[in-house]
Design a protein around this ligand. Structure first.
Ligand SMILES: [Ca+2]
Ligand SMILES: [Ca+2]
Ligand SMILES: [Ca+2]
Length: 391
């Protein structure tokens, strides 16, 4: 039989902040070697991704049959998920331990017959989290223009152990309180900032105090709406018009219009950001007064609206000739005057030509009795203003 007398101690902590050796005296839980059959050992493959290490050392077992030692460890006292057969050595460096976790260790000895002792005393070690978080600004976009009382400033952050909080800053000054729960964001009242360029960034920290700063994003604060000028209506026809204006900064284009200053109709938003604006209106009624106003929104979303203005559409083109009704002489009347006509029956015609000049329409008089010489007064009416001629 072998007698196991290990005094397990943590020899060196390579990854933590401790240095040198530390003997955990008086914690030997069991010294007697227990004869037992080795069953399941070293079958748990720890899924470790970190390089944190801890070196353990223990007192040698003096049993002449000693063959080696096994280390057991895990995250709960007295319950070890992991073990490793380290051979016949009295110190061993375990690696791949996870930062930010407490590990508990115990050792056993085994003899040439593969009989294994009971556990040694247990030692524990907190593996320090020395890995800072990662943090990335997610809003606003770098180079964007912002305005308003509630600009969302946000970041994504992660950490090997856990993010304790994210503190945003504006031009190096804390912006709001630290956000301690994901998603990480703060609402920024940009109207309190001066118009112009500003830098937003964030610092994430973990519970161990490791910090990381996000790359800052540059934003332009614009709290002023565009200035609209030279608002005018052009290209007026009976059914269409063009509204033009200019702005002092790039902005979009839209026109409200209608028969009164309540408008009622609006053009599709032209989202291109321009300073010279032109919006066409169509489907208008002829000879009608329209009210309109121009609207432009800048890149930051500030909206400006022009004062109410009006235009009148053109009249429809006149394609109807005037109607003519002869009122004198009356049908069958005898007229006298001087004219040189051939014998026969003659007809007097009134010719009326409207303002559009197209086409003249003639109204025939009643047949007149022939006469070598006659004069006649002829009168007629039309349904619209037109000139006068007798054929
Ligand atoms: Ca960390
Ligand atoms: Ca949050
Ligand atoms: Ca502006």
């Amino acid at each position: 039989m072998v007698v196991f007398g290990p005094r397990l101690r943590e020899a060196t902590v390579l990854s933590g902040k401790l240095s040198g050796s530390r003997t955990l005296a008086g914690q030997l839980r069991r010294a007697l070697f227990v004869a037992c059959v080795l069953t399941v050992l070293c079958s748990l493959a720890p899924a470790l991704s970190s390089a944190a290490q801890v070196t353990l050392a223990w007192d040698a077992n003096t049993d002449p049959d000693l063959a080696g030692y096994k280390l057991y460890y895990g995250n709960s006292s007295g319950s070890y998920q992991f073990s490793v057969d380290v051979g016949n050595v009295t110190s061993y460096t375990l690696s791949g331990l996870l930062e930010g976790q407490i590990y508990y260790f115990a050792a056993t000895a085994y003899n040439v017959s593969q009989n294994e002792s009971g556990f040694s005393n247990e030692v524990s070690k907190a593996i320090a989290d020395v890995t800072p978080p990662t943090v990335l600004m997610t809003a606003p976009a770098n180079g964007s223009t912002v305005s308003g009382t509630a600009v969302t400033v946000s970041a994504s952050a992660s950490d090997n152990v856990g993010v304790a909080g994210v503190q945003f800053s504006l031009d190096g000054v804390n912006l709001g309180a630290e956000d301690t729960a994901a998603p990480y964001s703060v609402s920024w009242n940009a109207t309190l900032a001066t118009s112009g360029a500003h830098i937003l960034t964030a610092v994430a920290r973990d519970a161990a105090g490791n910090t990381a700063s996000a790359a800052g994003v540059s934003v332009t604060v614009d709290n002023a709406p565009p200035l609209l000028s030279s608002v005018a209506s052009t290209n007026l026809s009976a059914s269409a018009a063009t509204i033009t204006w200019v702005t002092n900064e790039a902005s979009d284009s839209q026109v409200e219009y209608g028969p009164t200053s309540a408008y009622g109709q609006v053009t599709a938003l032209a989202s291109a950001l321009v300073t010279s604006h032109s919006v066409g209106l169509s489907g208008l009624a002829a000879s009608t007064v329209y009210h309109y106003r121009a609207k432009s929104r800048d890149a930051a979303g500030n909206l400006a609206t022009s004062a109410d203005a009006t235009f009148t559409t053109a009249a429809l083109p006149d394609t109807m000739p005037p109607a003519v009704s002869i009122t004198a002489p009356t049908a069958g009347a005898t007229v006298a005057g001087t004219a040189t006509v051939t014998n026969g029956t003659h007809t007097l015609k009134a010719v009326a030509r409207d303002a559009a000049g197209i086409p003249p329409r003639r109204a025939a008089s009643p047949s007149l009795s022939p006469s070598l010489r006659f004069s006649a007064a002829m009168s007629w009416t039309t349904n619209e203003p037109s000139d006068s001629q007798v054929d």
